[in-house]
Design a binder for this molecule. Structure first.
Ligand code: ASP
Length: 325
């Protein structure tokens, strides 16, 4: 008989452990212990799937997550890597896709599953989606696959492709410009292209450190390029993402901004405002021009993934941001 599997939960708070206040608002419990016991009560039989331990990272609304929390997760995964078959990160949904992208980038040589999950409805409520998501995250965390994933509702999504698409539906996440990595049905179905677990003895490496001082700017018709030029004067600013139109098109008038950004050696990534689709900047003159002036094309990546690549790249490969995309 195969040994019982072991899972490490990295506890990060989120709605899954939140309590409803008298005014109807939701907040994480004041005490760390009660937050953890809410999680344990979501499904007391979890250990029939895998023995597990809980490591505390944070008890926060994920709106308040910072790169320092990502680093804590990375250090825990590195330190406990040999002791567990898989990792489950319980996390608020608002920034889960950013965390999933961050871990996807900064863990090198991952040969096991790292699965993020949470819930849209507090775990203590009878109608909560927490039990189902947590149980399925555990099931995926002991499977014969490797990589960072979000398991939510019926979807298994590659961490670097995930985006939160609904603030209220239980099916809250989708894969951006990619198919899901798998599906939770009666059985769990995993796509053939998903990497298998590395069954050979192996080490995992991590590269913590993310530059938080980036800015995301959304174009709107008639917007004044001067605003962006002013931003360049802030020496704390290290990188910019412009949410442009369609295939990555930027109106006339931004030439000076691009020239100044180049002088300052500040990377500017251009992505599309379209809900679906990717950039194709050479297609129109208004996109091509920005490329010629030094813009970095965002291609098919989600905004979450681009932000994290910029933040991580600025710390580790400041002159090669383009090659990360
Ligand atoms: N605001 C919450 C959070 O991100 C939302 C959730 O968990 O669903 O922590």
């Amino acid at each position: 008989m195969e040994d019982k599997k072991k899972v490490l939960i990295l506890f990060c708070g989120g709605t899954i452990v939140m309590e409803e206040k008298e005014d109807g608002s939701l907040a994480v419990p004041d005490s760390q212990d009660s937050a953890i016991s809410i999680l344990q009560n979501v499904e007391p039989r979890l250990s029939t799937i895998a023995d597990y331990d809980i490591e505390f990272i944070a008890n926060i609304d994920s709106t308040n997550i910072t790169p320092a929390d990502w680093d804590k997760m990375l250090y825990q995964i590195k330190a406990k890597y040999q002791d567990y078959d898989g990792f489950v990160i319980t996390h608020g949904t608002d920034t889960m896709a950013y965390t999933a992208s961050a871990l996807s980038l900064a863990i090198i040589g991952l040969g096991k599953p790292v699965v993020l999950t949470g819930s849209q409805i507090p775990g203590e409520k009878i109608e909560s989606d927490a039990r189902r998501n947590l149980v399925n995250a555990f099931r995926v965390a002991i499977m014969d696959i490797s990589g960072v994933f979000i398991v939510f509702d019926e979807r298994i999504i590659l961490g670097s492709r995930a985006s939160k698409a609904s603030e209220s539906k239980l099916d809250a996440f989708l894969s951006v410009n990619s198919e899901d990595a798998g599906e939770i049905a009666i059985d769990i179905k995993i796509k053939d292209w998903v990497k298998k677990r590395n069954r050979e003895p192996h080490q995992v490496e991590i590269r913590p450190g993310f530059e938080p001082n980036i800015f995301v700017y959304t174009l709107s018709p008639g917007c004044d390029p001067h605003g962006l030029e002013l931003l360049l004067a802030d020496q704390k600013l290290k990188g910019l993402i412009i949410r442009a139109y369609g295939t990555g098109n930027i109106p006339y008038g931004f030439e000076n901004f691009f020239r100044k950004a180049r002088e300052r050696n500040l990377p500017v990534i251009v992505t599309s405002q379209c809900l679906h689709g990717r950039t194709l900047m050479p297609l129109y003159e208004v996109g091509r021009k920005a490329l010629e002036l030094g813009a970095i094309e965002g291609h098919e990546e989600s905004l979450e993934s681009l932000c994290v690549k910029l933040m991580w790249g600025l710390r580790h490969f400041p002159d090669q941001i383009e090659s990360l995309i």
